[in-house]
Design a binder for this molecule. Structure first.
Ligand SMILES: Cc1ncc(COP(=O)(O)O)c(C=O)c1O
Length: 388
């Protein structure tokens, strides 16, 4: 028996608000009946506001990985050249998927501490004189590293290179927490998931689709059936789905969207900006290093913290779980044991963040990791003067 509430401070899945849990608990309805059509339309329109697009959004009963696959198979053909960037673990997994699907991926190496360099995008596209690169696929917020890539600048460099490649962007850990503008930034397919900024359990994947991506889908020849946009878009027009949708998660989505709109999206983004800054102030005061190198690329939804070399980040996480009932994110891939990740996104307020940082500071002490006390005080000093 552990009294009090578990602190789920991994960078997704995030805490699911009680309002959303209650909505999900409503009885399942006929997904071909009139009540469902209203629900379908409402969530599809609400998602357009979150993706900041006038174009179509589709919802799959899948995790984010399914939505990655949908973005690729709907827009590309076997052997197509795709430019991808090694910003971290998730970028590497998306690359692996693209290779397995039969795409010809050029993977620009990276050190897992920087985002996509827009100048490299420009140089690679200018070099492609025959214009055979079909897509540039990047991760907006690398959940493994806490580095956010500058999507608008990438777009600018693609335009400067006068290149027709599609721009595909993964926003799985930024949607609903970091400002993201599908239309304004000229993104062709945006990939999202339910379990992070949208404050839902895992189980829904999204694609936001530009007119150019839709046109590309008509010529794309990678095999697809379940992920095919065409039947989805056809049935979505009336609020329905071509197969049984995840009805109860859609109830939750309706409630979560309502919550985001009640708070107002600019405020949601500002709240996450404050939490990111407060967390970084705590880490610096502890004398620990933030994995992200470039302040322009700091993630406001999570912070990856490097532990001193003689210590194991997973042992620290385990001690914090045992003593304080708090889950922190593990180091993924080549970062295993070297970093822990503090999730500060989703349904979170100042006191929850203060509790999270307190758990980290106490954990550092019990594990005898060398650090300077005062991180929590630095965060509190910032939170109490930086209005929201
Ligand atoms: C940036 C990013 N992309 C893709 C994924 C994969 O999504 P899922 O685990 O929901 O399939 C994740 C999961 O955490 C992620 O953070």
């Amino acid at each position: 028996m552990k009294p009090g509430r578990h602190f789920l401070q991994i960078p997704g899945p995030t805490n699911v608000p009680d309002r959303v849990l209650r909505a999900i608990a409503e009885p399942t309805i006929d997904h071909r009946g009139p009540a469902f059509a209203a629900l379908g339309r409402e969530v599809l329109e609400g998602l357009q506001r979150v993706f900041q697009t006038e174009g179509s959004v589709v919802i799959y009963p899948s995790s984010g990985t399914g939505a990655w696959e949908a973005a690729l198979v709907n827009t590309l053909s076997p052997g197509d050249r795709v430019l991808m960037f090694e910003t971290g673990h998730f970028a590497a997994l998306w690359r692996d998927m693209a290779v397995r699907l039969g795409l010809n991926v050029e993977f620009v190496e990276g050190d897992w501490r920087h985002g996509v360099d827009p100048d490299v995008v420009h140089a690679r596209l200018v070099d492609d004189r025959e214009k055979t690169i079909r897509a540039v696929a990047i991760v907006h917020n690398e959940t493994s590293t806490g580095v956010t890539s500058r999507v608008a600048e990438v777009r600018k460099q693609m335009d400067a290179a006068n290149h027709p490649a599609l721009l595909l962007v993964d926003t799985i850990s930024s949607l609903g927490s970091i400002d993201y503008r599908h239309d304004e930034w000229g993104v062709d397919v945006t990939v999202g998931g339910s379990q992070k900024g949208l404050m839902l359990p895992p189980g829904l994947g999204f694609n936001a689709i530009s007119a150019k991506a839709l046109a590309a889908s008509r010529a794309a020849r990678l095999p697809k059936a379940y992920w095919d946009w065409a039947p989805m878009l056809r049935d979505n027009r009336n609020g329905f789905f071509p197969y049984t949708p995840a009805t109860n998660l859609l109830y939750g989505l309706r409630e979560a969207l309502q919550m985001l709109f009640e708070e107002r999206l600019p405020h949601v983004f500002a709240r996450h900006t404050r939490f990111g800054e407060a967390t970084r102030r705590a880490v610096r005061a502890w004398g620990l290093e933030i994995l992200a190198v470039n302040p322009d690329e700091y993630s406001n939804s999570l912070t990856a913290v490097i532990v001193p070399e003689s210590h194991d980040a997973d042992r620290l996480r385990q001690a914090i779980l045992e003593h304080y009932d708090m889950s922190l994110g593990t180091g993924l891939g080549r970062l295993k044991g070297k970093v822990f990740r503090i999730g500060h996104l989703g349904d979170l307020n100042d006191l929850m963040l203060a509790g999270t940082l307190s758990g980290v500071e106490m954990g550092l002490a019990i594990c005898r990791v060398p650090f300077n006390p005062g991180g929590v005080s630095a965060a509190l000093a910032y939170l109490s003067v930086a209005g929201d």
